[in-house]
Design a protein around this ligand. Structure first.
Ligand SMILES: Nc1ncnc2c1ncn2[C@@H]1O[C@H](COP(=O)(O)OP(=O)(O)O)[C@@H](O)[C@H]1O
Ligand SMILES: [Mg+2]
Length: 248
């Protein structure tokens, strides 16, 4: 069993069945890339993993603890325990506009996790340095470029000490250089042993950094495997079409 297990998860919006009995496991320490045409349900699947959206049916399990079973959420305590294990980074860097960089990073650990404010601040500063933003504690979000904002979002997620990080197209709104900066930071997290699921359109990154790549198509994980398999050996017509630029 992986650290995060999705079992037979289905989700419809109105009459459209976006996810059709999807099963997927994220192994401990694994970097898993989730790819597929837009509108196929990648964000929906990630939001269900992050417990921001409830599946109609199926289960979401974190390392032995069920957050959702048969489409029903577990109790408050179990949900909180599962939520404490995960962090999420979105495409649109959602920083609080009126809080400084360091406040954005430290508010949640101090308030939600009741940690010592001085210790959290020190850790926040160290994390800022780690994402290449040493000394920018007092900057306000509007003073940052998109790439810098996204790096603050990663530092903020890390300051909560998650075991699992979920990224939804973290570089889609960034220029090429900022994209490389952010992807290199994500790559470096692997050595910390963090388990990661990343929705991305950066195929070179997926191929070189992910342990496995899952292709979401037609409401299902239509294909899954190593980069070598997905980019060379798979015989899936839909995957081939997607990778060569068609919509699949
Ligand atoms: N809250 C919602 N209400 C209605 N439809 C939604 C909602 N969220 C997503 N959808 C629809 O579900 C489908 C999958 O969306 P999404 O998960 O965002 O796909 P992707 O991330 O792969 O582009 C799309 O057709 C989208 O319009
Ligand atoms: Mg999406």
């Amino acid at each position: 069993m992986g650290i995060l297990n999705i079992e037979n998860v289905s989700k419809s919006f109105g009459s459209r069945r976006v996810l059709d009995s999807v099963s997927l496991s994220l192994e401990r320490g694994e970097t898993l890339a989730l790819i597929g045409p837009s509108g196929e349900g990648k964000s929906t699947l990630l939001r269900i993993c992050a417990l921001l959206e409830r599946a109609d049916s199926g289960a979401v399990e974190y390392d032995g603890l069920y957050a959702c079973k048969a489409g029903r959420y577990a109790g408050k305590a179990e949900l909180a325990a599962c939520r404490a294990r995960l962090g999420m980074v979105f495409q649109s860097f959602e920083l609080f506009p009126h809080r400084s960089v360091i406040q954005n990073i430290c508010d949640a650990p101090a308030v939600v996790q009741h940690r010592n404010a001085n210790e959290v601040r020190q850790e926040g500063s160290a994390l800022l340095a780690r994402v290449g933003l040493a000394g920018r504690e007092d900057a306000m979000p509007y003073q940052l470029s998109g790439g810098e904002k996204q790096r603050v979002c990663i530092a903020r997620a890390l300051c909560m000490h998650p075991e699992i990080l979920l990224f939804d197209e973290p570089t889609s709104a960034l220029d090429p250089q900022s994209t490389l900066d952010v992807l290199n930071i994500i790559r470096s997290l692997k050595s910390d042993g963090i388990s990661m699921m990343i929705v991305t359109h950066e195929m070179d990154f997926a191929k070189s950094a992910a342990d496995r790549i899952a292709f979401l198509y037609g409401g299902r994980i239509a294909e899954i495997g190593t980069g070598e398999y997905m980019f060379g050996k798979s015989t899936s017509k839909e995957l081939e079409k997607f990778l060569t630029g068609g919509k699949a």
